[in-house]
Design a protein around this ligand. Structure first.
Ligand SMILES: Cc1ncc(COP(=O)(O)O)c(C=O)c1O
Length: 454
């Protein structure tokens, strides 16, 4: 019988996360304070994050030990399986070997607890009592609710309104772990009230929800804010995915020619890809492909600029590919990919030519999701389906060229709470919402007064 799952024992789980920044010789551009225009220091970030995470954000260490208490929680579902998608290969008739790292087996159904658990742990260790955050699809909010419950912290989640309405089951899941969940924009914050006055019918966005969560956190000494993507410390925590996958690929006797992940802010893509990019930096041939929706095409159509991480302009200025911080993407089903910017680290990797980016529309993405579900049995999250579409395209290209390509993608989450999206697809009601050129130009106008990068 042919092997399908490549498993690690608990004792083989990595004990340290990987930080690629030293191997890159540092990042080219600092994060800036919006008022002074100078690089932010630890004191600027202290009202929002605990010191341990601020230190990781600027760490020069290549490996960062994972605290024992975090490892113990990880053991609930890690190491996650690496699966050879043999049935998908057969369905596509491809000579390519397709592998996926299955992060959908976590308690909340995605890769997000890898950082949520770490962040809750460090906050708790520094005496924080409550965390606030935003969530799109509800995957990140669920992960933080779960982690806060483990470490006995209060949790308040601002959930993007369109997802709050489309996905009541995610809200119930968060509430079950003890979190309070509020549709964003809300009347609870200045930022939320302002946006509701300006655009009462807004669907909300991750950028708006971040403004609300940050405003809420800075109002109290014992409350901090937690971000599920974008920042270096989040990407560092997610590297456990790629570190495990490298060991598992070795067990499979293979090494990927191409590593693929979907991109909202960049954390699951980076989590899988960064440990492999270390090999690329050492001279190994490898392509890393970041996949985004055509409705929110930050890497493929955005510009590289300093921009705020949130809609109200409360966060530091990040050097990143962006569509402008006030950009509200169409309400596609992949809620977790509706973010106006990208991780500065991922943006730098794209600029340096180490990572390629491509974008797909949601109808072709769901075609791939259903092909995958019918072959492998797993219903992927709509976000994840973007990576699957790229993996399928690569496998079909390999077939056309008669190549034995080795493809590895991140199955960042399952789609069990996204059945309304599958329903729309199966009924033929799903439509593509590519971003119109004039909407893009309008969104970018918000960048004109911010520091430019050539
Ligand atoms: C299943 C899943 N995949 C991917 C993402 C995108 O986030 P990131 O780019 O940080 O991995 C999300 C975000 O909510 C998600 O829920």
């Amino acid at each position: 019988m042919e092997q399908v799952k490549f498993l690690l024992e608990e004792k083989d789980m990595p004990r340290a996360w990987y930080n690629i920044v030293p191997d890159l010789g540092g990042l080219s551009l600092p994060v800036l304070h919006p008022a002074t225009g100078r690089p932010v220091g630890p004191d600027d970030l202290k009202p929002i994050f605990p010191m341990a995470l601020i230190a990781q954000e600027v760490s020069g260490e290549t490996y960062i030990d994972i605290p024992e208490e975090v490892l113990e929680v990880y053991l609930g579902w890690r190491p996650t399986p690496l699966v050879r998608a043999r049935r998908l290969e057969k369905a596509l008739g491809t000579p390519a070997r397709i592998y996926f790292k299955h992060e959908g087996v976590s308690p909340t159904g995605s890769h997000k607890p890898n950082t949520a658990v770490a962040q809750a742990y460090y906050n708790r260790a520094e005496g924080v009592k409550k965390l606030t955050t935003e969530t799109g699809a509800g995957q990140w909010g669920s992960a933080l609710s779960f982690a806060c419950n483990v470490f006995d912290l209060e949790c308040k989640v601002y959930m993007v309104k369109v997802s709050f309405e489309q996905k009541p089951y995610r809200r119930i899941m968060m509430e079950t772990w003890g979190a309070s969940v509020i549709p964003s924009p809300s009347t609870e914050t200045r930022a939320g009230r302002k946006i509701l006055e300006e655009v009462p019918e807004t669907t909300g966005s991750l950028g708006i929800a971040i403004s609300e969560a940050v405003e809420d956190a800075v109002a109290s000494d014992v409350t901090k804010y937690s971000l599920g993507s974008v920042l270096n410390h989040v990407l560092i925590h997610q590297t456990i995915i790629g570190l495990e996958a490298k060991k598992q690929m070795e067990k499979a006797g293979d090494f990927p020619d191409i590593v693929i992940g979907c991109v909202g802010g960049g954390s699951n893509f980076a989590g899988l890809a960064l440990p492999f990019l270390k090999d690329k930096l050492d001279g190994r041939d490898l392509r890393a492909v970041a996949v985004e929706p055509t409705a929110c095409p930050t890497l493929t159509r955005g510009i590289f600029s300093y921009d705020f991480g949130d809609a109200a302009g409360m966060t530091p200025l990040l050097p990143m590919f962006t569509l402008g911080h006030k950009f509200v993407p169409p309400a596609i089903h992949a809620g977790g990919l509706r973010y106006h910017g990208d991780s500065p680290l991922l943006s730098e990797l794209v600029r340096r030519g180490l990572v390629e980016a491509r974008a797909y529309g949601q109808v072709e993405v769901f075609d791939a999701a259903v092909t995958f579900a019918r072959a492998e049995g797993i219903l992927p999250a709509p976000e994840t389906a973007h990576a699957i579409k790229a993996a399928v395209d690569e496998a079909l290209e390999a077939k056309e060229k008669g190549e034995e390509r080795v493809i590895l993608f991140n199955l960042s989450g399952h789609g069990h709470f996204d059945l309304a999206a599958y329903d729309a697809y199966l009924r033929g009601d799903l439509v593509d919402e590519p971003l119109a050129e004039d909407a893009l130009r309008r969104a970018m106008e918000d960048l004109k007064d911010l520091p430019r990068v050539e």
